[in-house]
Ligand binder design. Structure first.
Ligand SMILES: N[C@@H](CCC(=O)N[C@@H](CS)C(=O)NCC(=O)O)C(=O)O
Length: 390
């Protein structure tokens, strides 16, 4: 069991095998080569020390050897990248760096509804697995039946997210079609390269591991979809949790990122699929956020981004609706997704000269110009484990 003394000599990831954002941080720690141990929320220390510190029952949480506590998978990776700059997990080339941030934002947030759909809409096909995995996270001990039953209230809580994420009988066929298009593009690309941006893993891969590991790559029903439709994507999921960068399948691929001027057509196809499915929701989310800000022009910096003032893991500023793949997508707004998208959009806007031109040309070819032109009327930042106005 975790002890105060035991936490002093390495990083601790408070996470769980079935948790979406734990999968992102875990693969980052493995590929970065940082020694860590993983503890589960079933540990009494999680409730006595971690939950009060982060003010929510949420994973993943990183605890440093000095006892600092960090939440949000993106904040965790930013923190560790600043603390251990080498080897950098973001490409240096300005165009590829922007692409990395775009894919990270897409994977970390845009694919959440898909991941949750495949976990909970196919619940009957994988009930015992989900019971075991939720039980594994919350209940320590050898009593098998007790553990299978122990995750029930969490299963009820998380399965209740589907309507707010826009998953409904009307949207499910469109959601699945969008997933198949993405899998197809990724499967082609990942036959040529071991990682999304070439011969080294990056934040693009870690962001995509959020949905593609625990839910879409590990739960039995969606794992079968991935394995049978896109085996190269499944193999990438396995590769992302292996120590080391090299993979014998790609003997001739140098362990470095693509150059800014050598982005292959297969990656452009991935970006085209992403932008096409992402843009309508981003536009609607940004409109909702800008209206919320316009309605309350005097909000001070530091004000919680939340319609009702409640501190939530993923806040919401009210419902949005927009046309998407031939249906009307109705869901809760997602300011956290906007925050991640704005980081990429701000990075894009910071480019100048030939890099700016190269990025604009790439965005035009891949249908990304509209998404990357979205600008919020007020920036956001994270403070005290929550999203606030900057
Ligand atoms: N944006 C956060 C989200 C973390 C998150 O949603 N964690 C899930 C498990 S994977 C959770 O604990 N959710 C609790 C809740 O939504 O109340 C991150 O990147 O870490």
């Amino acid at each position: 069991m975790a002890t105060e003394a035991g936490l002093k000599d390495g990083f601790t990831l408070w996470g769980a095998a079935h948790s979406l954002y734990s999968g992102k941080v875990r693969s980052y720690l493995i590929k970065k080569g940082l020694p860590y141990r993983e503890f589960y929320p079933s540990s009494p220390e999680f409730h006595s020390r971690i939950v009060p510190a982060v003010k929510s029952l949420v994973i993943p949480v990183l605890e440093t050897p000095e006892g600092e506590i960090i939440q949000d998978s993106t904040d965790i990776i930013d923190y560790l990248e600043a603390r251990h700059p080498a080897p950098a997990m973001t490409p240096a080339g300005p165009v590829l760096r922007t692409v990395a941030m775009v894919i990270d934002a897409f994977g970390s947030e845009q694919m959440l509804p898909l991941a949750m759909h495949y976990r909970w809409s196919y619940r009957a096909d994988q009930e015992r697995f989900l019971q075991a995995e939720f039980g594994r996270a919350v209940h320590a001990g050898a009593d098998r039946e007790a553990r299978l039953q122990s995750g029930e209230s969490f299963m009820k809580y998380f399965s209740g997210f589907l309507p707010g994420l826009g998953v409904s009988p009307e949207t499910i066929p469109a959601l699945e079609a969008s997933y198949f298009d993405l899998l197809e593009a990724l499967d082609v690309h990942l036959q040529a390269y071991p990682y999304l941006l070439g011969g080294r893993p990056s934040i693009a891969d870690f962001g995509m591991m959020a949905p593609l590991y625990a839910h879409l790559g590990r739960d039995p029903a969606p794992a079968t979809v991935m394995k049978t439709r896109a085996p190269n994507v499944y193999r990438w999921v396995e590769r992302m949790n292996l120590a080391g960068v090299a993979d014998g399948e790609f003997r001739d691929c140098p362990e470095r990122y693509l150059d800014d001027d050598a982005i292959p057509a297969t990656l452009e196809t991935v970006l085209r699929v992403m932008f096409s499915d992402w843009t309508p929701g981003l536009v609607a989310d940004a409109e909702r956020f800008n209206l919320w800000v316009a309605d309350q022009p005097n909000l001070a910096a530091g004000h919680l981004v939340s319609a009702d003032g409640a501190h939530r893991v993923h806040p919401n500023l009210g419902a949005i609706a927009y046309p998407w793949r031939g249906v009307t997508m109705r869901r809760d707004s997602a300011p956290h997704a906007l925050w991640l998208h704005s980081r990429a959009a701000d990075q894009a806007r910071s480019l100048s000269g030939p890099a700016r031109e190269a990025l604009q040309a790439l965005l035009t070819r891949t249908g990304g110009a509209e998404a990357m032109a979205i600008r919020l009327s007020r920036p956001m930042r994270r403070d005290d484990f929550a999203l606030v106005l900057a």
